[in-house]
Design a protein around this ligand. Structure first.
Ligand code: GLU
Ligand code: ZN
Length: 301
């Protein structure tokens, strides 16, 4: 009998909005692309509320986002997860990284660093320090990066690579205000939920090598990535920053506009209700029709 060593894992995708306001057109695009790709592959689609940074949470916006998604016809699997309820997972990942002896406490202030370099790349002042229980409560924790290239093939943007030591520098995994960093928390969350495919906005493309680096150190599998173009207004403003685009109206026109933005053809037949829309989009979905660009202008009615 032929032995097959490659275990095909079931597709698990996700959408992970930050509860810092209403669902806007930009986040609808990420929701739609991740959902259509998951369903097209008969996969699961999970929702996670990225509320690790409690100071930025707008009260009840999680509920508003969920309601809007529901009105738009999205259906998610499993219970919605909240980062604020997963702190113990981040804590154990941090301890695992401490054991690799790549972490160090950093007490440099933003002002101090600004004076040293404009690039935003950490100059390594605290690199000689060792993490100890007695560390100042106000120190951040950084991780030493390597000088090897990290490359991956994005399903939309094609190949992308960074040399972390040159392009990013030692980065923060635990903030001095005692919050686990975005980079660490998403890596742990996606692993905990066994996510196999990540479809999200282009603004996170340059975070991906840092996330892959953490996955490697933590011995987590690496998901497939796809980064969709950002929607900008004619004045080149990111939609999330525009007041008129704050909240979307979930009607068929908005959904069709989003599908066109994502380069999808809606099939021959007329789509005249939301159910038809999803059926049509999911069965005809092709990720390689999504434009390979950083941003695209949208004229939002
Ligand atoms: N919560 C992040 C955001 O809203 C998305 C995280 C991710 O997709 O990795 O920008
Ligand atoms: Zn420092």
């Amino acid at each position: 009998m032929k032995k097959n060593n490659s275990i095909q894992k079931p597709y698990r995708g996700r959408f992970a909005p930050s509860p810092s306001g209403e669902l806007h057109f930009g986040s609808l695009l990420a929701a739609m692309a991740s959902y259509a790709d998951a369903r097209h592959h008969n996969g699961s689609w999970l929702l996670r509320i990225d509320d690790i940074d409690q100071a930025r949470v707008v009260k009840h916006s999680d509920q508003h986002i969920l309601n809007t998604l529901e009105q738009c016809g999205f259906e998610w699997d499993e219970k919605v997860s909240y980062q604020s309820q997963c702190i113990h997972h981040y804590q154990s990942a941090l301890e695992k990284l401490n054991q690799a002896k790549l972490n160090y406490p950093c007490t440099c202030s933003r002002k101090q660093l600004k004076a040293l370099s404009d690039s935003g790349i950490y100059p390594g002042l605290c690199r000689h320090k060792i993490v100890r229980d007695s560390d100042d409560k106000n120190s951040a924790i950084r991780i030493k990066v390597s000088s090897e290239h990290i490359s991956f093939i994005d399903q939309i943007q094609q190949s992308y690579r960074q040399k972390l030591s040159q392009d990013v520098g030692d980065f923060i995994i635990y903030r001095r205000d005692n919050v686990f960093s975005y980079q660490l928390s998403v890596v742990v969350d996606d692993f905990q939920s066994a996510i196999t495919h990540i479809v999200r906005g282009y603004d996170l493309l340059d975070s991906t090598p840092r996330q892959i680096y953490l996955q490697q150190l933590l011995s987590y599998p690496q998901p497939q990535y796809a980064h969709i173009p950002l929607a900008v207004s004619e004045k080149n403003l990111k939609l999330s920053k525009l007041s008129q685009a704050k909240k979307i109206n979930c009607n068929l026109n908005t959904l069709v506009l989003a599908a066109h933005f994502l380069g999808q053809e809606m099939g021959q037949n007329e789509v005249d209700n939301i159910d038809d829309f999803w059926q049509n989009l999911i069965s005809n979905w092709e990720i390689n029709r999504v434009p390979r660009m950083e941003k695209q202008v949208i004229i939002y009615p």
